[in-house]
Design a protein around this ligand. Structure first.
Ligand code: NDP
Length: 387
């Protein structure tokens, strides 16, 4: 029996890693496009890699970039995939304000390049295409909750670039009869979420502050409301979309909304720190209300001693106006009824379970960092990032 082949752009990212794992478990041959970097950038997928000289290898990597049409054509021709998942992107909203042209090139034109590559090779009717669309398309929200029919109003260069990619996907489906779908995914997180995204920044700081290797966390808008799911649940939806009889677009969300402030409270509680809040706006700060040395993760990682230094009243979270976006997206919450009814999809992992898993993982790094510092060893690369 011939194996189904999938090609994933952005395989080195959070979703790429979970999707590759998921597809390998389903029996696929998985090909990924990775960018050339001066340092290793494959930490999230190293556990999937096997020497291509071994037998029964089903996981392959190809150098490429969404800004380079020629290599996209060459890779698709070489791999002959049944399914393409376009997850590659400059995916950080704040960074898109700093690098708007690059974000437009990769996230917008990059999608067009992939769709055109399929047409150039004459495989547009043979390959199914998934586009990683985003709740950031809704931006200045016109309707609550947001569905597949809610009008878009992006509020960042990232959102604008993704809007272009969304419509290219719809247009190529209608113009050329391609099986092309948009997954409009609301925020999804995990222990391998990039360290500069707000959720991971919070869980990492909670573990490091509890562990005594960081004093304070600086954040932007604490009142921003988001619908957070787990990436492992969301990549299953990506696959389900390409297994339907007709190509369609789907919202993927939990339907539950929480503020950044609430996310902080959950993460810090897992790290044994109960928070109280003082002040408002840019003056708002999170202080230690009490410490709980009996919190399960505190015991598991031997952090009781380090927690003792955090007296009630100690400031651990501050607002820094530098993190406010020029145009903010204040409130997002999705309605995934269509996905539930047509794909049979629903999230299986709760927010509390996800936060626990993230803090657990970040505690491992914090403990390693504490041991290295105490003994004068160089820090592991994962600890050095964004200090
Ligand atoms: P990540 O930032 O973790 O991963 C992005 C991936 O894209 C990385 O593999 C990165 O490579 C790659 N990439 C960046 N630039 C290029 C380029 N020029 N050419 C080829 N590849 C490139 O994002 P996520 O995994 O979280 O998200 C996956 C997709 O889903 C993205 O398109 C994102 O915009 C979208 N999305 C994500 C949501 C979320 O909450 N996570 C919500 C909605 C949509 P490298 O490792 O080398 O940097």
């Amino acid at each position: 029996m011939t194996l189904k082949k999938a090609l994933i752009t952005g395989i080195t990212g959070q979703d790429g890693a979970y999707l590759a794992e998921f597809l390998l478990e389903k029996g696929y041959e998985v090909h990924g496009i990775k960018r050339r970097a001066s340092l290793f950038n494959t930490a999230r997928i190293d556990h999937l890699y096997h020497d291509p000289h071994e037998e029964d290898v089903r996981f392959f990597m190809h150098y490429g970039d969404l800004t380079d049409s020629s290599n996209l054509v060459r890779i698709i021709q070489h791999v002959q995939p049944d399914e393409i998942y376009n997850l590659g992107a400059q995916s950080h909203v704040q960074v898109s304000f700093e690098s708007p042209e690059y974000t437009g090139d990769v996230d917008g034109l990059g999608t067009l390049r992939l769709l055109e590559a399929m047409r150039i090779l004459g495989v547009e009717k043979d390959v199914r295409f998934y586009q990683a669309s985003t709740s950031e398309l809704y931006g200045k929200v016109q309707e609550v909750p947001q569905t597949e029919k809610t009008p878009f109003y992006p509020r960042s260069p990232y959102g604008c670039a993704k809007l272009y990619a969304y419509w290219c996907t719809v247009n190529y489906r209608e113009a050329y009869g391609m099986f092309a779908c948009n997954g409009i995914l609301f925020n999804h997180e995990s222990p391998i979420r990039g360290e500069t995204f707000v959720t991971r920044k919070i869980t990492r700081a909670a573990a490091r502050i509890a562990g005594g290797v960081q004093d304070r966390l600086y954040l932007g808008n604490l009142g921003a409301l988001r619908d957070w799911g787990h990436a492992r649940d969301y990549v299953r939806a990506q696959w389900l979309m390409l297994q339907q009889s007709e190509p369609e677009d789907f919202v993927i969300a939990t339907g539950k909304q929480h503020s950044v402030r609430e996310f902080c409270e959950k993460a810090f509680a897992n790290a044994g720190i109960h928070l109280a809040w003082k002040g408002t706006g840019v003056e708002e700060h999170g202080i230690v209300d009490s410490v709980n040395k009996e919190a399960p993760l505190v015991g598991k990682y031997g952090m009781k001693q380090a927690l003792s230094r955090l007296a009630p009243g100690t400031t651990v979270i501050c607002v820094d106006a530098a993190y406010f976006r020029p145009a903010d997206v204040v409130s997002l919450v999705g309605d995934a009824t269509k996905a539930r009814e047509k794909l049979g999809w629903e999230p299986l992992i709760t927010l509390d379970e996800m936060v626990f898993e993230m803090v657990d993982s970040d505690f491992q790094d914090a403990r390693r960092e504490a041991v290295c510092k105490a003994n004068g060893f160089p820090l592991p690369a994962s600890c050095e990032a964004h200090m």
